[in-house]
Design a binder for this molecule. Sequence first.
Ligand code: HEM
Length: 413
Amino acid sequence: MTQPYEPNPPTGLGIDEINLADPDFWLRDDYHAALTVLRDERPISWHEHPDSGKGFWSFVDYEDIVEVTRDWENFSSKYGIRVHHDHGSGQVRPGTNIMIEMDPPEQTANRRHVSRGFTPRQVKKMEEYVRDQARRIVGEFSAGDEIDFVQDIAARLPMEIICDIMGVDPADRPYLLDLSNRTLGDQDPDYGVTPAEGTRATLAMREYGVKLAAERLANPQDDLISEIARIEVDGKKLPEEQLGGYFALLIAAGNETTRTAITHGMHAFTKFPEQKRKFIADPVGLEMSAAEEIIRWATPLRHMGRVLEHDVSYKGHTLRKGEKIAIWYAASNRDPNLFADPFAFDITRDPNLHQSFGGGGPHFCLGANLARREVWVLFQELFSRFPDAAAIDEPVRLRSVQVNGIKSLKVRL
Ligand code: HEM
């Protein structure tokens, strides 16, 4: 880590060379500067997949992202939310009947079923458990140990927490972690996972959820899947398939995102050591603002996708029914009009109206309160035990259009 840190090097790309559909674009060090070019000069633009010729619209401006997110009647989620998968335009794919890929009112009803597990009160009640898990994981190591922060710490906490909420047997957690990695790593040759295998991993997770739901319907326990299994609509219990879908969504949504936030947080605390000193001096006073800034800085999901439900004329562009849209939080979260000095990692930033959890609207992240809590508790526990913990190498980044993932980060505790 001898090179001076430059979080926003200038881009060597001309505006027509910028292709947000190309996974290799996201491995470039200058991608933030390229996004700035788009935001300033072409805030709505068309990008084509390097291999298929199909593509999607890209929206990089904060207000446009708010508008797309709010207007679900035109910008629908029900045809899928991953723009890099070509599944035909405008056709509902079978098997993705989960709320993140639904529109209101169906999505609203589904969300109500699971949201009972994620109210601020519920999440507050989880704090001690989150802390115990964080303390247990961090406590396995000693000062001076060199670890892979991702595998040894960051990936474990969110998996333990969401599995505990859902009621997954500890012995099955490594299997689910592997499925979750496969689902999200399908654009990275290091994982050796094709998109078809990624889809199979998602289905395997769902199957696990269906099986667990069937067990809990017969024999309820003190966990969220049992609680949802008790719900009756028009006098009937929810089908196993629906419970399995909730399970797979929560496992997938709660894992990689929070792991990514924690890992970028560790990297940022290393590059901005004065911020680490501030956090250590007042870990309770700064917990909220630090978590928010870590999550802005990380932007774990670079975009979400939508599909045009109707032809729409928007700011001089004709957007056609069936075309895909990507809304790029990776761009809006570094907008200097909204964030003073956006390339400074500042854990006292306030207000911090980042869009990492979405641009508002019906799908706003259900797990936001839990994720914030996991992030701050982890760093409180980590730095109270290892105040000198720091990255000793550069992060190895995931090749992905959607997930701002880090595959490994060497840290000395
Ligand atoms: C830092 C961590 C996280 C980030 C950055 C994140 C980000 C997001 C984003 C961008 C969306 C979609 C918003 C939209 O389409 O408008 C979303 C939805 C969702 N998230 Fe998160 N998330 C995180 C953690 C979690 C956790 C811990 C859970 C639960 C355990 C969770 C559960 C969900 C669910 C269930 C949805 C779908 C909500 C719906 O469709 O109504 N997320 N999240």
